[in-house]
Design a protein around this ligand. Structure first.
Ligand code: PMP
Ligand code: GLU
Length: 390
């Protein structure tokens, strides 16, 4: 059988495939330490589970509007107003099957063949592949660890051509945990406005942010910026709801109408029960639970950074948000894929190689796991690295 060129060019998600391989090894009784997970290890709060059970009992088990229920969209508008100072109407929201789906939809409606989309490297593994699936061309703008893995407005301006359609910005970021400040975002937005670029702002890690930093949404800069921004967020990471598959976008009405049409043919509505659960997550006051989780992530980050720094061949980058640590392993003499493969085989520690994130000299270590696992994992990594040829 012959397959489409479009999908043949796309790589499977390394984050999902390595995590499931490691989980399968563990299920078979192997003593695997999994530092690969892309989801909080905390359970979904009880109140959210109860809301879902109640929705089932009430028979909320039918199709909803393809773009999501009005009451969930209203809850999303209230959240965006409260947390981000942004005023949207429910007609500017589309609820989808996770933030991943929202990003995919945004790219599908924005891109024409050969349009270029700017992606800041290291990037989340799915961005370039989603751009390719939209028929467009991913153009990466490289950053360096010594510059805090940040792009400047000049870097973006230099990468713009007449084909550039959009920029994807992700703060806090996956995999390096980079958090952009308001003034940095302002300068980047200016470049987007002057070059007429759409901005896709992936804010999924908004609530997981450290050292007293605060999240700033690019859409809140001005009406002009907001109009060209597709803000993407969801409940997966903030409320430990990765399996429920609810994400959303907020954008201009015309873009949202296009996405609703697309979604009405592709998937129809996201699960009605999950929508009820997400509505509860966004309506109930979960601030203290989220703060407890955020603090737990920060404590784990601190331990991980301290322990990795003790090994001179490892150069961890200190994340300011999300739950991943990006670590330069280039002094170990292996590329990231070889490093991760051998580490899993020889020491039974699962991490994600940096290659699929666009940075071959690094690995991504997830700290979405308990402190004991983190410590055991670092013991094994460090011991193994010490044994590698100089
Ligand atoms: N954006 C980034 C940067 C992510 O790491 C993830 C993790 N899956 C997502 C979006 C998608 O989240 P979800 O589809 O689970 O809502
Ligand atoms: N985003 C998470 C990660 O990077 C979950 C897996 C995925 O969807 O890529 O690990």
């Amino acid at each position: 059988m012959f397959f489409s060129e479009k999908v043949s060019k796309v790589q499977p998600s390394a984050t999902l495939s390595i995590t499931s391989k490691a989980k399968a090894m563990k299920a078979e009784g192997e003593d695997v330490i999994i530092l690969a997970a892309g989801e909080p290890d905390f359970d979904t709060p009880d109140i959210i589970k109860k809301a879902a059970i109640e929705a089932i009992k009430q028979g909320r088990t039918k199709y909803t509007p393809a773009s999501g229920t009005k009451s969930l969209k209203e809850a999303i508008c209230r959240k965006l107003n409260k947390d981000n100072g942004l005023k949207y109407e429910s007609g500017q929201i589309v609820v989808s099957n996770g933030a991943k789906h929202s990003l995919y939809n945004a790219l599908q409606v924005l891109c024409n063949p050969n349009d270029e989309v700017l992606i800041i490297s290291p990037y989340w593994v799915s961005y370039p592949e989603m751009v390719k699936l939209a028929g467009a061309v991913p153009v990466t703008v490289k950053t360096r660890q010594k510059n805090g893995f940040k792009v400047s407005a000049d870097d973006i301006a230099e990468a713009v051509t007449e084909k550039t359609k959009a920029l994807i910005i992700n703060s806090p970021s996956n995999p390096a945990g980079v958090v952009y400040d308001r003034d940095e975002i302002e300068k980047i937005a200016d470049v987007c406005v002057s070059n007429d670029l759409a901005i896709i702002s992936d804010e999924i890690y908004e609530k997981i942010i450290f050292d007293g930093k605060t999240h700033f949404s690019i859409a809140s800069l001005s009406e002009q910026v907001k109009d060209r921004t597709v803000l993407v967020n969801g409940v997966s990471k903030s409320c430990s709801m990765t399996g429920w598959r609810i994400g959303y976008m907020a954008a201009s009405k015309d873009l949202v109408n296009m996405v609703s049409t697309l979604q009405s043919h592709a998937t129809s509505n996201p699960c009605s029960i999950s929508q009820a659960a997400a509505e509860c997550a966004l309506t109930e006051d979960l601030d203290s639970e989220m703060e407890k989780n955020r603090q737990t992530f920060q404590d784990r980050r601190d331990v991980l950074v301290k322990r990795l720094t003790e090994n001179p061949r490892l150069k961890p980058f200190v994340p300011e948000g999300a739950f991943y640590l990006f670590c330069d392993v280039s002094e170990c003499g292996l590329d990231s894929l070889e490093f991760a493969k051998r580490l899993l085989k020889e020491k039974k520690v699962a991490v994600i190689p940096g290659g699929p994130f666009g940075e071959d000299g690094s690995i991504r270590i997830s700290f979405a796991t308990d402190m004991d696992t983190i410590n055991k994992g670092v013991d094994r990594i460090s011991e193994w690295v010490d044994g590698l040829a100089a």
